[in-house]
Design a protein around this ligand. Structure first.
Ligand SMILES: Cc1ncc(COP(=O)(O)O)c(C=O)c1O
Length: 418
């Protein structure tokens, strides 16, 4: 059955025909049948070089053999017991060794759950209510994350979705990523009420926006001076730039860290963790409630162990090199075609912004030309290049991408801008 026929049917079951909104694009999303390595294959039999990678978890590429073998073994031995398993200890020890600030942790089923619980824990620990998040920062689809900046006269945020109570938005203030003065100003007004600052180290949900030199370190200092916690949301960045967190690259020690995506290798997982004294406030050792039928799910945990075992021996500098080559290639072609683009790239993450000015903060990102992006996205799809359908997402490379994939992608962009 073709994607368009499948989409006609899926609209009868799911709002907008999809199970997560970013999967929708016009006229219909392609329905994927299978993936192998850097490639995915749609319901019409067309293949694509995949730069979406399931929105980031598939850093080994699709159907990696070691990963698949470990899952088969797990499934044959049963998949869910409601009791602890040794594998949870194994995955936890690997994560703590790689990201030492995560002294103790709790597995969840998604990044959304991880940040939701980290926020509750920070509030309980500090006995304060206010959370400072960055404008355009995304931490999942729970009420404390779906808050956008209010009008100039409002200090607090406003709900970015109907159904999020105003009362909740009055517990969240919005700062500007890469603008430390905006953060200082908020702290000078209400520093003693701020439980935590939550931020992605590299913004990955407004396209890709890397941190300015010193920004994250200054955030750490401001939090320390005000006895507020720093929650670093590494759901995208964890194990992305090397066998560690971005915090290890930046020499930064958050109080709490959230992880997800890569640590399950494509299976549902999340994690929040950090200072042992804070984590011990979680039930049953403490009073802060957090629970989940599927938390520490043996299948996801096995997927995580297999993924980290492969990553441990992987050459991240090669991955970055391929991404730089691709970004330079696209940039050259766009420039020759007279198209105004800005390419932000860091490690294996990149985004092409249709913008004449440098993109270093949220306001720059959203001033980009979305219609033009969508035209190029659609052309890329026709040429067999699969990117996320929004400029405010991230393209990723995996260890399954090869030099020839990159050359093929560059030739496809030559056709697109021809
Ligand atoms: C930085 C960040 N935090 C949290 C989340 C939520 O994770 P999940 O989709 O697994 O709930 C995402 C999802 O893209 C994310 O990018």
């Amino acid at each position: 059955m073709s994607s368009s026929v499948l989409f006609d049917e899926s609209q009868r079951y799911f709002p907008g025909g999809v199970n997560s909104p970013v999967r929708y694009y016009r006229p219909n999303p392609v329905f994927i049948k299978k993936g192998k390595g850097s490639r995915i294959f749609d319901a019409d039999g067309k293949q694509y070089i995949d730069y979406c990678l399931g929105y980031g978890p598939m850093i080994l590429g699709h159907a990696n053999e070691k990963f698949s073998e470990s899952l088969k073994a797990r499934i044959e031995d049963g998949i869910l017991f409601g009791s602890p398993t040794e594998e949870e200890n194994i995955l936890a020890s690997k994560i703590r060794e790689a990201i030492p600030s995560v002294e103790k942790m709790r597995f969840t089923n998604s990044g959304t759950e991880a940040t939701m619980h980290a926020i509750r824990l920070a509030r309980a620990h500090t006995k304060r209510k206010i959370i400072l998040k960055m404008e355009g920062g995304y931490h999942g689809a729970h009420d404390y994350s779906l808050i956008k900046a209010g009008s100039g006269s409002l200090t607090f945020g406003t709900p970015s979705s109907p159904g999020v109570p105003e009362e909740i938005s009055r517990t969240v203030v919005l700062g500007e990523y890469n603008n430390i003065d905006s953060i200082r100003k908020i702290f000078s007004e209400m520093g003693d009420q701020i439980a935590a600052v939550i931020t992605e180290p590299v913004m990955g949900n407004v396209g890709v926006v890397p941190p300015k030199e010193g920004f994250l370190q200054e955030l750490r200092e401001i939090c320390d001076r005000n006895s507020s916690l720093l929650i670093l949301d590494e759901v995208i960045t964890g194990f992305r730039f090397g066998y560690h967190g971005y915090q290890d690259l930046a020499n930064l020690k958050p109080d709490l860290t959230t992880l997800g995506k890569i640590i399950g290798g494509g299976l549902p997982i999340g994690l929040f963790g950090g200072r042992a004294d804070i984590m011990d406030e979680i039930s049953p050792s403490g009073k802060v409630y957090e629970a989940g039928t599927f938390s520490g799910n043996p299948v996801s945990v096995s997927g995580g162990i297999a993924t980290l075992d492969v990553l441990r021996n992987s050459d991240y500098s090669h991955l970055t090199g391929l991404t730089e080559k691709l970004a330079a290639g696209i940039s050259d072609i766009a420039e020759r075609a007279g198209e105004d683009v800005q390419i932000n790239q860091i490690g294996p993450m990149f985004q092409v912004f249709f913008n004449s000015r440098k993109v270093s903060k949220y306001a720059d990102a959203i001033s980009s030309n979305s219609e033009r992006f969508f035209e190029i996205f659609t052309r890329a799809l026709q040429e067999g290049i699969y990117m996320p359908p929004s400029q405010f997402e991230t393209n990723f490379l995996s260890f399954a991408h090869s030099e020839s994939d990159i050359e093929e992608t560059i030739s496809a962009f030559e056709q697109i801008w021809n």
